[in-house]
Design a protein around this ligand. Structure first.
Ligand code: PGA
Length: 261
C-alpha cells in the first residue's frame, strides 16, 4: 500500500509583504518547535507572493526550517516579451518546490482557461517544479452538473499530454467554499477527490494515482481539518484565510493530534 505524506499548504494570496512574511514564518516555526511537531508526519508548504519568495527562501534555508515553499502562479513561457510575468526558470532558481496553477481567483481575475492552465502545468514540470493544479466548481456548476463533472473536466484538460510519471499535486477547491466560511462536507470532498484520483489513474497510471496527493481547499480551519483528513482520498489541504494566522495555521498542521468528536 502506498503511503501518501499529507501536505498542508498555506496559500497567502496577496497578503504579507516580505518583512511580514519573514516574521510570520519564524512564528509558525517557533510554535511548531514548541509543540514538538515532526515534519516526517506532515509536509508543510507556504505560498508567498512573488516579492516575498527570496526572503522566505533565505530564512528557510539558512535556519534549516523544515518547510517547503512555492509560488502562486508562473508564466507558461520561459522568457521574452511578457511584461509582468514570472518564468518557471526563475522560480526554480529560488528553489521553489511547488507552484499553484489554475486557482479559481486566477481563472476569474485573469481569465485563465483550461488551455492556459495546461500550458502552465507543462511549464512547471519542464522546470522541475511540482504543479499544484487547482480545480473546482462554482455554485451554478454544482446546481447544473453536480459536484464532480467540472473539476474532473478541468483536471483532464490540465494533465493531458504531460509525462505519464510526472509528480503533481491536485487541489479540489469548490469555488463556493473559498473564503465563504462554508466548507464542503468531508463526504463531498471525498467523493470529488476519489473521482479526481480515478482521472489520474486513467490518464496517467494507477501507480501515479496512488502516489498523488489530492488536497481539499475552501474554508479549511483548525476546527474542520481533521474531519477532512479522515477521508480516504483527501491527502491534505490548501488553506487560504486560516493560513495567515500563525497559531491557527500551526494548529491545522498538527491535525494528527486532533480528537474528532
Ligand atoms: P480559504 O481559501 O481557505 O480562505 O477558503 C482557500 C484557497 O483559495 O486556496
Amino acid at each position: 500500500m502506498v503511503v501518501r505524506r499529507p501536505l498542508i499548504a498555506g496559500n497567502w494570496k496577496m497578503n504579507f509583504d516580505h518583512l511580514r512574511a519573514v516574521a510570520f514564518v519564524q512564528k509558525v516555526a517557533w510554535v511548531l518547535k514548541d509543540a514538538k511537531f515532526s515534519a516526517s508526519e506532515v509536509e508543510v508548504s507556504v505560498f508567498p507572493p512573488f516579492t516575498d519568495i527570496r526572503s522566505v527562501q533565505t530564512l528557510i534555508e539558512s535556519d534549516g526550517l523544515s518547510f517547503a515553499f512555492g509560488a502562486q502562479d508562473l508564466s507558461q513561457f520561459d522568457d521574452g516579451p511578457h511584461t509582468g510575468d514570472i518564468s518557471g526558470e526563475f522560480l526554480k532558481k529560488l528553489n521553489c518546490r511547488y507552484v499553484i496553477i489554475g486557482h479559481s481567483e486566477r481563472r476569474q481575475d485573469h481569465h485563465e482557461d483550461d488551455e492556459v492552465v495546461a500550458a502552465k502545468t507543462k511549464a512547471a514540470l519542464k522546470h522541475g517544479i511540482v504543479p499544484v493544479i487547482c480545480v473546482g466548481e462554482t455554485s451554478a456548476d454544482l446546481e447544473e452538473f453536480g459536484a464532480s463533472a467540472v473539476p474532473v473536466g478541468q483536471l483532464r484538460a490540465a494533465i493531458a499530454g504531460i509525462p505519464g510519471d510526472a509528480e503533481i499535486v491536485v487541489a479540489y477547491e469548490p469555488v463556493w467554499a473559498i473564503g465563504s466560511g462554508q466548507a464542503a462536507t468531508p463526504q463531498q470532498a471525498q467523493t470529488v477527490c476519489a473521482a479526481l484520483r480515478a482521472v489520474i489513474a486513467e490518464v496517467m497510471s494507477q501507480e501515479v494515482a496512488d502516489a498523488t496527493r489530492i488536497l481539499y481547499g475552501g474554508s479549511v480551519k483548525s476546527g474542520n481539518i481533521a474531519s477532512f483528513m479522515r477521508e480516504k482520498d483527501v491527502d491534505g489541504a490548501l488553506v487560504g484565510g486560516a493560513s495567515l494566522d500563525a497559531e491557527e495555521f500551526a494548529k491545522i498542521v498538527q491535525f494528527p493530534k486532533h480528537v474528532i468528536a
